[in-house]
Design a protein around this ligand. Sequence first.
Ligand code: MSP
Length: 487
Amino acid sequence: MAEKFYITTPIYYANAKPHLGHAFTAVYADVLARWQKIQRKDVFFTVGTDEHGAKIAKAAEKAGREPQNFVDEIAGEYKKTWQALNIQYNDFIRTTSGKHKEGVLAFIKKIHEAGDIYEGVYEGLYCVECENFVLERNLKNGLCPDHLIAPKKVKEKNHFFNLKKYLPLVKEKITSGELKITSESRKNEILSIIEAGVPDFSITRGNVKWGIPFPYDKKQTIYVWADALANYITVLDFPDGENYKNFWPADMHIIGADINKFHSIFWPAMLMSAGLPLPKNIFVHGLFTINGQKMSKTLGNIIDPVDIVNKFGADGARYLTLSQFPAGEHGDVKAQGFINKYNSDLANGVGNLFERSLAMMIDYEGGVVDKKSKLDEKIKKQADEVEKSYGKHMDAFQLFEALGDVFSFIKTLDRYINEEQPWVLNKNKNEKLDVVLSTLLFGIEKIIVWLEPFMPSKMREAKDYIAKMQKGELNKKEKLNLFPRIS
Ligand code: MSP
C-alpha cells in the first residue's frame, strides 16, 4: 500500500475574499501535494474557511448581512479563486458545516473529560482582528502591530484550557523532533515563547454569539481558534471516519508565521489533552508585505489573485507567487515587477527555450527526433546534478530553491544552443546535429517533469505538443506558444 501524505493549509477567515498572501499558502501546498503524488504517495490535501467568531460577525454586520449568508458568499469566493489557480484539493472544510460542528464537539468532549477545562475570569486586551488577547508590551503606539487598531479591554467569565499542564510536554516534543517546526528559527521562536511562559487561554467566549455553543455552559461559545484548529481532524470526519483513520496525523501543516503560536503551542497541547497523535511537521513561511506592511484584508493593501490569473494565466500566477523570495523569509512583493519577471523567466526563459528548440526539431528533422541518439555527456551530467539538487529541495519543501535549480538548467540549455549553433550544423549537414537535438529534447523533457507540480497546465500543453511532434504530425506553422509575452 502506498505511503500516505496528509497536507493542510490554514482555513482562512471568511471576512473578505482572498488576497495574494492566502494564494501563496494555497499554491505552496498544492505544489507539494502534487510532488508527493508524483512520489506515489496517497495524498490528502485540505483547504477551507474559518467562519465563526467576533471578527466574522463584525464583518457581516458591517456589510449589513446575516453572518451565515455572508460567509456562504465568501466561501464561494475562496472556492472560485482556488479553482482559478488550479488548486487540486481533496476537501474544502467550512466551520459552519454540520460535519465540522460534530467533530469539534467530539474533540472538546475529550478535552473536557481529561479535566483540562476550568472556569475563571479573563481580564486583558483583545484584538478582534487577531481573535486573540494581546500583551501590552507587544503593542506599537498602543496599537496591534499587525492590524494597526487599538485592542479592547475586556473582562469576562470564561472557561479556560489548562495549557500550563502541557507546555513542558509540547517543549519536549519539539526539542526531540517528534513535532518538527520548519525552519530552525521558527522553532526557536516557539521555544523562547514557551520559555517566557504562556498563560492558559480561554477556550470559550461569553460575549460572542456567532460560534458553536459550549455544551457545558450554553451561554458561552467555543473560542474560534479552538473551533478552527479542529478543522484538521473534522475535515477527515473525526472521530470515526475512514479518512481520519487513514490520514491523521497530518504530515504537514503549512502556515504563515503570524499563526505559528496557535499551531505549534495551542494545537499540540489540545491534541495531547484529547489523547490524539500530533502532526509531524509544521512548515512556517514568511509573509508578503506591501511597502513593508503585512498584506491584510483589514488594512486593505491587497492584491487579488484572480486579477493576476486574468493577466498571467493560472500557471503564470502560480509561478509569480512562488518565485518572489524563499518561503522562510518575509518579503516585499513587487507587483510592478510581475510583468518583467513573467517575461524574463517564462516568456523569454522556459517558453523561448522550448519554442525555438522544438521549432528546429520540426524544421530540420520533421519533428521525429531520434531519442536513442547519443547525448551530450556534459549536459547529461549537469541534468543529473540538477535533478539531485531539485529533488533534495522538493523533499525539504524548498520550492523557491527548487525553481532556482530548474532555471539554472534552462540557462545551461540556452548556452548549449548558442555554442553548438544547430542552424550551422544543419546547413553543413554535420552529423552532430542529431546529438544536439536529442540532447535538447532530453533536457526539455526533464524540465517539463520538474516544472509539472508548479505549472501543470502549461507542462501538459508542452507534453502534448511534443507527443504530436514526435509522431511527425506537426508542420512548421503549428508553433507552440506556451507563455505569450505580456506588456
Ligand atoms: N483563520 C485563521 C487560521 C486558522 S487555521 C486553523 C487565520 N486566517 S487568515 O485569513 O488570517 O489567514 C492566515 C494565513 O493566510 C496565514 O497564516 C498565511 O498562511 C496566509 N496569509 C495571510 N496573509 C498573508 C501574507 N500577507 N503573506 C503570506 N501569507 C499570508 O489566520
